[in-house]
Design a binder for this molecule. Structure first.
Ligand code: AGP
Length: 366
């Protein structure tokens, strides 16, 4: 309940929680990076090296933004540990009678630790003998108690209904888990070091992104009068786009859709017009050229484009440039401007930012 926590002088808890992220990310990392061997220390997993090496698949479950952060997590695990991994909404997972395999590691994500669908999915997994870890913020919560071990976020209480700091901390926790799983398999010490160094740079880089707030406020005002927005990204950028659309919907009530940029021409391109601006998540990765081509296709249909990435481009009307990290970790940083964008759009539209209509902070019923 918001009444128990100080808003720290911020106008809204949401802005406080967005602004806290240099600290909350540092807390998720604290004591967990080993600079000698370039590994992660995750004592809470309760798993020895033999068991850690035994998994052939990782299945991640969560609801809403927790699920989107799980998509980032699945990509991190595939990239760094080379274990097939995917994320699914917990509510869908538990009702489709999933095959529970002994060599699959299940990971349940929840900020509150009390989301009913996620808890019920964990219970179903355990009934069927699944090994389930939790990535949870709230210590001692139901999901933390029901799982066999896990990673606490240590992000502190998240009051605003829209999740922000828990989202980034979850992605950071997954980077640690992926590093851990990778280093007992094929991930080289050099790559381990690259990721450890990248993780350490995150808090300062988040601070840098937060200094862009004035400009993002202006952009939010400029785009907030649109009846709807399209969010696109590819591969690492796609879960970021989904989370950006989710934030905008939740707190500004502006309709937002997220698509893999590559899917536009298979349908949603028909929607593109000056009335439906696009937020494009375009990191400098191996898909940069393909993404810029897609922006050209949007432009050709008179769509306005706000690009979030590592450079400016003439293909977009407006650009937000964030500092670069390692490509695997870039999604964490690319999320921050989209949080600020949604926040300022909601403020510009006069919405109840911390308590959006129709939503509860934790959904403890089915
Ligand atoms: C996030 O902005 C949402 N309010 C919502 O999707 C949330 O992430 C979801 O309900 C899961 O909550 P949990 O992390 O507490 O389980």
């Amino acid at each position: 309940d918001a009444g128990h926590y100080d808003n720290g002088g911020y106008e809204h808890y949401l802005l406080k929680e967005i602004s806290e992220q240099p600290d909350t990310v540092a807390r998720t990392l604290r004591g967990r990076i080993d600079d000698r061997f370039h590994i992660a220390h995750l004592g809470g997993l309760n798993m020895d090296a033999r068991e850690t090496r035994s998994f052939r698949r990782v299945k991640i479950i969560g609801c809403g933004s927790a699920y989107y952060s799980g998509q980032i997590g699945a990509q991190l695990i595939e990239e760094l540990a080379r274990i097939p991994a995917d994320a699914e909404p917990a509510s869908e997972f538990r009702y489709r009678s999933p095959v529970v395999e002994p060599d699959t590691l299940y990971v349940a994500i929840s900020q509150s630790g009390e989301t009913y669908d996620t808890l019920a999915a964990v219970q179903e997994l355990k009934r069927k003998g699944g090994r389930v870890l939790g990535i949870v913020n709230t210590v001692g919560s139901a999901i933390a108690r029901e799982t066999d071990g896990g990673i606490y976020l240590h992000a502190g209480p998240e009051v605003s209904v829209a999740s922000t700091k828990a989202f980034t901390s979850t992605a950071v926790a997954f980077a640690l888990l992926a590093l851990h799983l990778g280093r007992v398999r094929d991930l080289s010490p050099a790559d381990g070091r690259r990721i450890c160094d990248g993780l350490r740079r995150l808090p300062e880089q988040i601070k840098e992104i937060l200094t862009l707030e004035d400009r993002i406020r202006e952009l939010a005002k400029k785009y907030a009068d649109a009846p709807g927005m399209m969010f696109v990204g590819r591969v690492r950028g796609y879960p970021v786009a989904r989370e950006g659309a989710q934030k905008l919907k939740e707190i500004s009530y502006v309709h937002a859709e997220a698509y893999p940029a590559s899917e536009l021409k298979h349908g949603p391109l028909a929607l593109i017009s000056p009335e439906l601006p696009t937020v494009a998540v375009v990191p400098d990765d191996e898909l940069l050229d393909k993404n810029l081509t897609t922006l050209g296709e949007i432009r050709a249909r008179h769509g306005r484009i706000l690009m979030v990435g590592h450079r400016t481009s003439e293909a977009a009307d407006d650009c937000i440039v964030v500092p670069r990290n390692e490509v695997e970790l870039d999604p964490i940083l690319l999320t921050i401007p989209l949080q600020l964008f949604a926040y300022h759009a909601a403020v510009a539209l006069g919405r109840d930012v911390d308590r959006p209509r129709n939503l509860a902070k934790s959904v403890t019923v089915e």
